[in-house]
Every structure is written in structure tokens, then in C-alpha cells.
Design a protein around this ligand. Structure first.
Ligand SMILES: [Zn+2]
Ligand SMILES: [Zn+2]
Ligand SMILES: [Zn+2]
Length: 104
């Protein structure tokens, strides 16, 4: 089942939050619509804390959720390697769960 949610990367504005490409560029995640389609059930992206932005600081989308701020998760099984944080010791996404924090 799919659902439309507010785009986390641009906070639903449809504009590129970093205005990287040009001042009028639209959000690459939602294509300027302010909404993104996600697959239910959903779990907040633990890697970016739902912000959709790469927590490593570069002005790009979160590499785990792709900027949506949400990940598809059908289980509630915490990844044991990262203890559900989605991060590995080098701050990159956990190699076991891919940064989602759960194992589906
Ligand atoms: Zn957007
Ligand atoms: Zn994310
Ligand atoms: Zn993990």
C-alpha cells in the first residue's frame, strides 16, 4: 500500500532547500510537488531523524531514505549491529540494515 506524505527534504515547499542548482530550482526528492509517495508500513528514518537530509553535513539527501524522511519497514526487529540507530561506528549507514535500523 502506498501513501502520500509531506516531503521531508523540502518540508513540503517543493523548493530545493539548499538552492544548489539555481535559485528557482525545485526539490529533487518530490519533483516540486511537496509530496512523496511512500510504501506503508512506515518507520521514521533513524539515520537522518526524519529530516531527509544527509546527517553527515553535505547538502544532499539522506542516503538511506532518499530524502523522504521515512523508510518502509514491516518488522519491529531492531538491527542488533547498530542497535536500531542505523549508524555504524564510522557514522556511515550500518552495513547490516543499510541504515534503516531494522531488519526486514
Ligand atoms: Zn521535496
Ligand atoms: Zn533518512
Ligand atoms: Zn543496523
Amino acid at each position: 500500500m502506498t501513501k502520500m506524505i509531506k516531503c521531508a527534504f523540502c518540508s513540503g515547499t517543493g523548493m530545493d532547500p539548499f538552492e544548489l542548482l539555481s535559485p528557482v530550482s525545485h526539490c529533487l526528492v518530490c519533483d516540486g510537488t511537496g509530496q512523496v509517495e511512500v510504501k506503508e508500513p512506515l518507520k521514521k528514518c533513524v539515520f537522518c531523524s526524519g529530516s531527509g537530509k544527509n546527517p553527515l553535513g553535505s547538502r544532499v539527501t539522506c542516503i538511506v531514505c532518499g530524502g523522504k524522511g521515512m523508510n518502509h519497514c514491516e518488522c519491529n526487529t531492531k538491527c542488533l549491529q547498530c542497535k536500531g540507530t542505523g549508524k555504524s561506528s564510522d557514522r556511515l549507514p550500518c552495513t547490516r540494515c543499510g541504515g534503516k535500523g531494522c531488519i526486514c
